[in-house]
Ligand binder design. Structure first.
Ligand code: AMP
Length: 221
């Protein structure tokens, strides 16, 4: 059976994490988010966590070698046999090139690049109200999608916190970093004739999920 490999692309706050988790459950393939992996390491105060903490806190990209290593190790795991969803990787052209090499080592030829598109004003609104579970990283929004009980995760009962990098100043920095370092990745895929499929990220979580699934199962590339 053909693996289902999805790259979820787009600026911070467009719903990559929320959609990645939902689509992952629906298709029973893992959701691999480099931001989640590194936040967990920071919480654990592991050697990797200590190395990356400062970059995350300041809204800057972690050096390519570190993130590429994380992905290389993660894609070797058995649970990726049926496919996987990448969220937040690749974020630089260098990472995209390394991913290509990794895909050829793993014999992955077909993958979909989905770009979730949301206007900047909406992104700012979403990020200012965002809270995430310290434990399972499920995202909520205190204005649009609050948890059943204030401050508590519906999924696992974990504590909900505001991400350090969701302050107005850090969000501005992250959007700048996105425009400078991450947007060129789209041109990289276009140069390789790999179609980047635009998904409208406005609407309900369910509506956006349906758009993603129809793009994934559309036979054209
Ligand atoms: P995210 O949860 O995807 O918004 O990522 C949070 C933070 O983790 C980013 O602002 C970066 O500091 C770091 N990060 C996540 N993915 C990457 C990546 N592919 N390359 C470099 N840094 C990353």
């Amino acid at each position: 059976m053909e693996k289902i490999v999805i790259i979820l692309f787009g600026p911070p706050g467009v719903g990559k994490g929320t959609q990645g988790k939902i689509v992952s459950r629906e298709l029973t393939i893992p959701h691999i988010a480099t931001g989640d992996i590194m936040r967990e390491e920071v919480e654990l105060r592991s050697p990797l966590g200590l190395k990356v903490k400062d970059f995350l806190g300041r809204g800057l990209l972690v050096p390519d070698e570190i993130v590429i290593d994380i992905i290389r190790e993660r894609l070797k795991k058995d649970d990726t046999q049926k496919g996987f969803i990448l969220d937040g990787f690749p974020r630089t052209v260098n990472q995209a090139e390394s991913l290509d090499k990794l895909f050829s080592e793993l014999n992955i030829k077909d993958y979909k690049v989905l770009y979730i598109d949301v206007p900047d004003e909406e992104i700012l609104k979403r990020l200012s109200g965002r809270r995430i579970c310290r434990n399972c990283q499920t995202a909520y929004n205190i204005y649009f999608n609050p948890p059943k009980k204030e401050g508590v995760c519906d999924v696992c009962g974990g504590e909900l916190i505001r991400r350090e990098d969701d302050s107005e100043e850090k969000v501005k920095k992250r959007l700048e970093v996105y425009k400078e370092q991450t947007l060129p990745v789209i041109q990289y895929y276009q140069r390789k004739n790999r179609k980047v499929i635009k998904i409208d990220g406005l609407g309900t979580v369910e509506e956006v999920k349906k758009r993603i699934l129809s793009a994934v199962f559309d036979s054209g590339r």
